[in-house]
Design a protein around this ligand. Structure first.
Ligand SMILES: Cc1cc2nc3c(=O)[nH]c(=O)nc-3n(C[C@H](O)[C@H](O)[C@H](O)COP(=O)(O)O)c2cc1C
Length: 201
């Protein structure tokens, strides 16, 4: 099996924290369960993300294989994602509560804050030797119906979680991308001093 952790390690041109450089999104997962202790640690980490008014507008539905929840989550994915995510021992979906609990006003930061919790979860998983892979490719209405999600919550993303697997087990179309290095836009493409002026940091 190729040393994917080495190939995928981010080549950043600044001294970024190693945990951040190590995180990447595989599609091949090993047939190895994630311990209950690790799951509790990972989602506890997520709870320590910052959120507007400390609302913590996130909710996660977690399905550990084999379980009805895992099956329902897998079924909600688009076929392209199902084809690789079925190998993940854990699937979870994130949801955002659309209103603040203290005054029922719309929470315009809810999806942002669910993203922050999800990123924190991914970093904690990385620290534990695990990997996550986010998915926007899923059927929102099917997910809603499958779990009876109330109208005050919106599905945000689905995620696969587990230990790294062998890319040889992936469907053919995913084998090559699984083994290619990752890349990112340069700072000049997204950090600015004015709308159109790259930042002079
Ligand atoms: C919210 C979100 C949605 C994504 N949707 C999909 C998806 O539906 N299918 C997929 O294969 N990858 C999906 N990805 C994975 C991205 O393609 C991946 O994170 C990106 O290419 C950067 O790679 P890295 O995470 O390895 O750095 C998604 C990631 C996120 C965070």
């Amino acid at each position: 099996m190729p040393d994917l952790e080495h190939v995928k390690f981010a080549i950043a041109d600044k001294p970024v924290e190693e945990l951040i450089l190590k995180r990447w999104s595989p599609r091949a997962f090993a047939d190895k369960p994630v311990s209950s202790a690790d799951l509790q640690t990972i989602f506890t980490a997520g709870s320590w993300a910052a959120s507007s008014y400390n609302e913590q507008p996130w909710r996660f539905i977690v399905g550990v294989k084999p379980s009805e929840t895992h099956t329902k989550l897998l079924r909600a994915l688009i076929p392209m994602n199902q084809s690789w995510a079925e190998s993940a021992p854990v699937l979870y979906a994130s949801f955002a509560k659309k209103t603040f609990s203290h005054n029922q006003a719309p929470n315009g930061s809810a999806v942002h804050d669910v993203g922050a919790a999800s990123a924190t979860i991914s970093l904690e998983a990385t620290a534990l030797g695990l990997h996550t892979h986010g998915m926007a490719g899923f059927d929102k209405e099917l997910l809603r119906a499958s779990f009876g999600v109330p109208s005050d919550f919106d599905p945000v993303a689905c995620w696969a979680l587990g230990y790294l697997g062998d890319p040889a087990n992936l469907p053919e179309n995913f084998k090559l991308p699984e083994q290619q290095p990752r890349d990112r836009k340069p700072l000049s493409a997204f950090v600015f001093n004015d709308w159109d002026r790259a930042a002079d940091l």
